[in-house]
Design a binder for this molecule. Sequence first.
Ligand code: BG6
Length: 475
Amino acid sequence: MHNNHHAHPGDTLVIFGATGNLAYKMIFPALYNIFKHGHLNMNIIGVASSKYNREKLHQRATESINQTINIQQNKDKTLIHMLSCLDYVGGDYRDKETFNKLEKALQNAKRPVYYLAIPPELFTTVIKNLKNQNLNKNARIIVEKPFGRDLKSAQELNQVALSAFPEDSIFRIDHYLGKEAIMNLLYFRFANSFLEPIWNRNYIDHIQITLSENFGVKDRGAFYESAGCLRDVVQNHLFQIVALLAMEPPAYQGFNAIQNEKLKIFQSMRPLHADDLVRGQYKGYQTEPGVSPDSDVETFCALKLYIDSWRWAGVPWFLRSGKHLPVSAAEILIQLKKPPQHLFDDLATQGEQSNYFRFKLSPSAAIALAARIKRTGKEFIGTQQELFLQDLQPEEEAPYERLLTDAMLGDRALFTREDAVEAAWAIIDPVLKQHNKSCFYKKGSWGPQAAQKLIGNNGHWDNPKPEEHKNNFKS
Ligand code: BG6
């Protein structure tokens, strides 16, 4: 899986957007854990346009770490050490002076890693200024999603990034790839031999992937207005899951072998058409802070897609995600075909209950295979029962801890490649431009009625059930 074993580790992490939301919620806690687990030694420079100084950034970092990790502020050795490595550079990203200051702060750094945890509109400005100041030498760059907002802008952004950094120094983050249960999809498929014979159009009827959340856009209304569900989670997180489930076995062990196969999946996906997509918006979204009162932005979408390859021809993939749905969960259902002959009475009455695989990704992770088993009694009638193949342990590292460590070390296995990102945009590009209006849905429902119809003769959506044991899955 790993590549670039011989890459030199980065020695300084420069976080653009150090006083922002993502840094607060994800990055500082992840960095704390990196220091605690002793993965890496590094200096950190927070950059932001806020009127901050070193002390204020230290306060904010401490507060952010305190939100998720129980620490004793003045005594915690890891925290004291981490703060001693954390510096601050303030200034406007459009201003050359900011990059002069950054250059000074970086004078002892041999291999800086720049992390763009900033609004996407600023990516280009920062990359260009890093280049103008010659700060791109021997450096890597980590780019947060969304990587572009459609095919054209993703191509432009890739061009700008490639004008300053070689492709193998660009780390495009999709935090789903750092999740244990998602890494296991690749492992489970190719470390076992029993799946391969049935993993195709001959045995699989259709596939469903649901990523549901039981909360709204919270304080991210303004960001969400420029994104919507398709850009926010479908083009990246859900498509990455599709690629891992659909890809051919990689030809050899290594980053590029996997990327090559993922790319082929996006290349053989049929670009979406307006009728393949149902867009929904929860009632009340239009009055959320930062949201336009006549917004048509989708907070829910359900779509049907096809991969026109030898393995998958004719097998529909149903993807669905939304905010304010009944539960927070991520699940995959691989619905197998019915037996070709109806030998028993129950198959006639409960025809749609054929075998399936279920991959639960979140809140807890598990894999189940459902098979029919005869009930006791004279009649040949059975029930579908889930055989649990695996109950995954909680994650050792949260995705951001893992991905930041990998990026510092120069390991690209869990990042995305330019061509695959663009190919994924090409699939949804047509429906970004032309789509049906969003239908309203009630908070706490499974989205608009029209989503049910999308499945048509393939049955119905399999709704994840609430779980008693939560938080197996750190994010
Ligand atoms: C993010 C989206 O990329 O993924 C969010 O911007 C979404 O809107 C989140 O809530 C889901 O990630 P997770 O790890 O909580 O399943």
